[in-house]
Design a protein around this ligand. Structure first.
Ligand SMILES: Nc1nc2c(c(=O)[nH]1)N(C=O)[C@@H](CNc1ccc(C(=O)N[C@@H](CCC(=O)O)C(=O)O)cc1)CN2
Ligand SMILES: Nc1ncnc2c1ncn2[C@@H]1O[C@H](COP(=O)(O)OP(=O)(O)OP(=O)(O)O)[C@@H](O)[C@H]1O
Length: 192
């Protein structure tokens, strides 16, 4: 593997992307059930009232059943919308109210709030490609969550959501990379 972390990241992302692509429908369903159960457990344990999460794309761990549960239980959830300047706007979850963002990622079309809105939440749920045993996070390569997490001085607990085989020994890291406080997979909740 190359010494340059950005090259190593690219290679690892390609491998992970391919692994997600070849998952069967049954594997996905089972993963969704576990992830939903663990996200509900985590939010309940933390007494969360206001969270941020993401609207999953078809290859990503499915957040929608959790989002519906949260909505039914009075938990307000903010979802990201990618901006051209590298920051994320936020908008509240409302089932079915969505469109594609500038990258084709699902994004909410409810009332747009500024990047500052994330400062109001008491749990941050982030997408990731892989998480290592020290909590370092590798995302999909646009730096959105590094900038978002890195800009907050009072950060609530932040948990990444990945499939079980995406918790790895080490991810390649660069100076700007931000660690998360824990990870939710279909089979467990790990707090670092
Ligand atoms: N569902 C969801 N929404 C999200 C994110 C996410 O990961 N999942 N984001 C999390 O940040 C932001 C969008 N981030 C993105 C990150 C990368 C690419 C992208 O096109 N990546 C290239 C590979 C780049 C590389 O490997 O260097 C690609 O996939 O082809 C698009 C959007 C905001 N919304
Ligand atoms: N805090 C920051 N300030 C300025 N640039 C940054 C910052 N964080 C990341 N970047 C830039 O963003 C690009 C992508 O970074 P990286 O590969 O770590 O993204 P990622 O964590 O995989 O993506 P994401 O957070 O969108 O899931 C890099 O070119 C990096 O220089």
């Amino acid at each position: 593997m190359s010494q340059d972390p950005s090259h190593a990241k690219r290679a690892l992302r390609a491998e992970l992307r391919e692994r997600r692509r070849i998952m069967t429908a049954r594997e996905r369903e089972q993963a969704t059930a576990g992830i939903t159960r663990n996200l509900i457990d985590l939010s309940t344990r933390l007494g969360v009232k206001h969270a941020s999460a993401y609207l999953s794309a078809s290859d990503e761990p499915d957040t929608r059943p959790f989002l519906r549960w949260a909505s039914e239980h009075g938990i307000r959830v903010l979802l990201p919308i990618s901006r051209n300047d590298g920051l994320l706007d936020w908008a509240p979850f409302d089932d079915g109210v969505e469109d594609a963002d500038i990258f084709g990622m699902p994004a909410p079309t409810t009332e747009v709030l500024s990047p500052m809105a994330i400062n109001e939440v008491d749990l941050i749920i982030v997408p990731a490609a892989a998480i290592d045993r020290s909590g370092m996070r590798m995302g999909w390569g646009r730096g959105y969550f590094d900038k978002t997490l890195g800009s907050m001085d009072q950060r609530p607990p932040s948990y990444a959501v990945v499939f079980d085989n995406e918790v790895v020994e080490r991810v390649p890291t660069e100076l700007h990379d931000q660690a998360v406080d824990g990870v939710v997979t279909p089979s467990e909740i790990i707090t670092f």
